[in-house]
Design a protein around this ligand. Structure first.
Ligand code: NAI
Length: 315
């Protein structure tokens, strides 16, 4: 790994998180941003964050915070960032036109050995790579926030992405201690948001019809299903829940699952349902006032570190 270079385009929230992850595994990381001042701010904050992680015993990898910081530098030229890079991770704001024009620029600079991955949460890779010469080297590598504490990365190829590019990115993610999953073809929402939205839709319906409060709907996940799902997924959970495993489970309960599912009703349009939205916001803010959000986020991240530790002990 010694000396292999990673380029990060966009040094905001997610670009910084990737910088920490790559440096933790010993890669040399260069951070680029359209705003030069943003690079300096990112470097200052990264140094401080590394020191804090080290002080809390939460630093990843085998190197000290100072040694990890040494591996990270700023870069003001896209051309320089791309030169001899093993991997480029794009982390610019979620705007399709912006991504398209950036990828067109990168297309002229990208070398044949470099994989270019987008952190996008919503755009299928074909939307910004179709017309490019280097399109077979481009895919999505979508992290979950905060990536330092949540290991999942979704790898999503466009129809023209080579298997080699996907496999190289998968192996690269493993060297960081992240847990990549591979979608065989692109689909809107990838896997994570499709599943997350299915949950949000039903929670919304249950709250909007007055069947359950916001606090209790959330506790169904945090005190119930989420306890299992922190350790294993929904299919392994089903597999463990019937004497004859998953086939037995669906033979026993498939009819009931279909009957309940038939009562779900239409997909809510959450932004447009003003009354429900106001009520959900009111109840959420009663639980966590807006001014308390940063502290609540910090508490979540701290406990995620401890949860990650515990999960490592689970076979
Ligand atoms: P951000 O707004 O914090 O950072 C974006 C950075 O890109 C800024 O520093 C900005 O100056 C820079 N930038 C803008 N145009 C640029 C250009 N043409 N070239 C280079 N840099 C440019 O955004 P954030 O939250 O880090 O999101 C980045 C990407 O990560 C988005 O695609 C987003 O969907 C994805 N993502 C975000 C997550 C989140 O929770 N925020 C989670 C997972 C993925």
């Amino acid at each position: 790994m010694g000396g292999q270079r990673i380029g990060i385009v966009g040094s905001g929230l997610i670009g910084r998180a990737w910088a920490l992850l790559f440096a933790s595994a010993g890669y040399r990381v260069q951070l680029y941003d359209i705003l030069e001042s943003q690079i300096a701010t990112a470097l200052d904050e990264l140094r401080e964050e590394l020191q804090q992680l080290e002080a809390k015993g939460a630093l990843r990898g085998n190197l000290t915070a100072a040694a990890q910081f040494e591996l990270i530098s700023g870069c003001t030229q896209l051309k320089e960032l791309v030169q001899d890079a093993l991997h480029i991770q794009e982390c610019v704001p979620e705007q399709l036109q912006l991504k398209r024009s950036l990828y067109a620029q990168l297309d002229d600079l990208l070398e044949p050995q470099t994989v270019l991955a987008s952190s996008t949460s919503t755009f299928m890779p074909s939307l910004f790579s179709e017309k490019l010469k280097r399109r077979s080297q481009i895919l999505v590598a979508h992290p979950l926030n905060p990536p330092y504490f949540i290991p999942l990365v979704e790898l999503v190829p466009a129809p023209w992405t080579t298997e080699e590019a996907v496999e190289r990115t998968r192996l690269l993610m493993l060297t960081l201690g992240q847990r990549p999953v591979v979608l065989r073809r692109e689909i809107q929402g990838f896997a994570t948001n499709r599943i997350q939205y299915a949950i949000l839709n039903e929670v919304w319906r249950l709250v909007s019809t007055g069947i359950i409060s916001v606090a209790d709907a959330d506790r169904v996940l945090s005190d119930g299903l989420g306890m299992r799902y922190a350790l294993m997924g929904s299919l392994e959970t089903a597999h463990l829940n019937a004497p004859g495993g998953v086939a037995d489970y669906f033979q026993r309960f498939g009819g009931e699952i279909a009957a309940v599912s038939a009562t779900y009703g239409p997909t809510p349009d959450m932004g447009a349902e003003a009354e429900t939205l106001a009520e959900i916001a009111r109840q959420c803010e009663e639980l966590v006032p807006l001014e308390a959000l940063p502290a609540r986020r910090a508490a979540r991240d701290e406990f995620l570190t401890r949860l990650a530790e515990l999960k490592r002990q689970f076979p």
